[in-house]
Design a protein around this ligand. Structure first.
Ligand SMILES: [Zn+2]
Ligand SMILES: [Zn+2]
Length: 351
């Protein structure tokens, strides 16, 4: 097989410098790896944090970013029999050891040796990427690559928070705090999972309106009056069974706790640097409240989401706000940083 030897890759060198589009050698897969030709790679808020704020440490420099990749198998490694050239796949970017206590308990997002493709290892903002064979998940049916790529993080992270960690049940009342891309997907999933009331909690009227279109029944604007009181009023004075916080700030987390009914659960999935401070134990203990963190996703969740999209139960057609060529990755990063047009997801697409 005659193969191209070089490929384009968008590489991160230094905070606040544009990613460099470089020609580098196409890597060869090890025996248990697969080389994937990229079709669509989503840009995430974490990429903005890396590129402009230096928040997330990368494994080495320069590194190819991109942790929401999808594409087709280009070359399976010598031991790989389950994938063949041309298979349509997404790559789940959390690389786990499969052997630690957390992996054995099925909690792979907190594997003690986990590494992320596109953060600690080269990722999908390139023409090709390498992935461990276990990290590939087949794209079923006619799910387009750009929508499939969002299932690896932008939809999988709220799925993990709402369903796996939050244990949402049919009929639960749910508050979603933070109405960016993760929040919109959380609302769609809460609706699909049979929440009886979905309260969208946000700050910007146009964003709240978009959340209502995505499936929320009620809304609370945090910049008006007492938002926790408002959530209680909207739930017959009780508060919600489940609140999912996707912002990561002290005030929004405290608000999430204050929105709960007795015995309710708050899932914090927003990442922020400030300490969490909620109510005194006289309330927290007496009401048996449950506050729990949620990080990342598991491969099973990505596979489940792809099935839901393939069967038409989950509509992600509105989730890809804009598509960019690999050469324009820096424009995409700047637009996401500046929230130009309030994007849900910006995706880099390639032929
Ligand atoms: Zn991400
Ligand atoms: Zn592990």
């Amino acid at each position: 097989m005659s193969k191209k030897k070089m490929m384009k890759a968008a590489r991160f060198y230094k905070v606040n410098e544009p990613l460099k589009i470089e020609e580098i050698p196409i890597p060869s897969p090890g025996p248990d790896e697969v080389l994937v030709k990229m079709k669509a790679t989503g840009i995430c808020g974490s990429d903005v944090h890396i590129a402009f704020e230096g928040v997330t440490p990368t494994g080495f420099l320069p590194i190819t970013l991109g942790h929401e990749p999808s594409g087709v198998v280009a070359e399976p490694g010598a031991n790989v029999t389950e994938w063949k050239e041309g298979d349509r796949v997404v790559v789940s970017s959390i690389v786990t050891c499969g052997k630690c206590y957390n992996c054995l308990r099925g909690r792979e997002s907190i594997c003690i040796r986990k590494k992320l493709l596109g953060i600690h290892l080269n990722g999908g903002l390139a023409e090709y990427m390498l992935a461990p064979r276990e990290n590939l998940i087949a794209i079923p049916g006619n799910v387009p690559f750009d929508q499939a790529s969002t299932c690896t993080d932008a939809v999988a992270t709220p799925f993990h928070a709402l369903i796996t960690v939050g244990k949402m049940k049919l009929g639960d009342t749910v508050a979603v705090i933070g109405l960016g891309g993760l929040g919109l997907h959380a609302i769609q999933l809460a609706k699909l999972g049979g929440a009886s009331k979905i309260i969208a909690v946000g700050r910007t009227p146009s964003v709240i309106e978009r959340a209502m279109k995505a499936g929320a029944n009620l809304s609370v604007n945090v910049s008006e009056g007492n938002p926790a009181q408002k959530v209680k009023e909207l739930t017959d004075g009780y508060g919600v069974d489940l609140a999912v916080e996707l912002v990561g700030t002290q005030d929004m987390i405290a608000l999430g706790a204050d929105c709960l009914r007795q015995g309710g659960r708050l899932v914090v999935a927003g990442l922020g640097p400030a300490n969490i401070k909620v109510m005194p134990p006289t309330i927290f203990v007496r009401q048996e409240l449950d506050i729990v963190g949620s990080y990342g996703w598991d491969r099973r969740e990505v596979a489940t989401l792809l099935q839901l999209v393939a069967t038409g139960q989950l509509d992600l057609s509105g989730s890809v706000s804009q598509r960019f060529a690999l050469e324009d990755v820096n424009t995409a990063l700047e637009n996401l940083r500046d929230r130009v047009g309030r994007p849900v997801r910006l995706v880099i697409v390639q032929d």
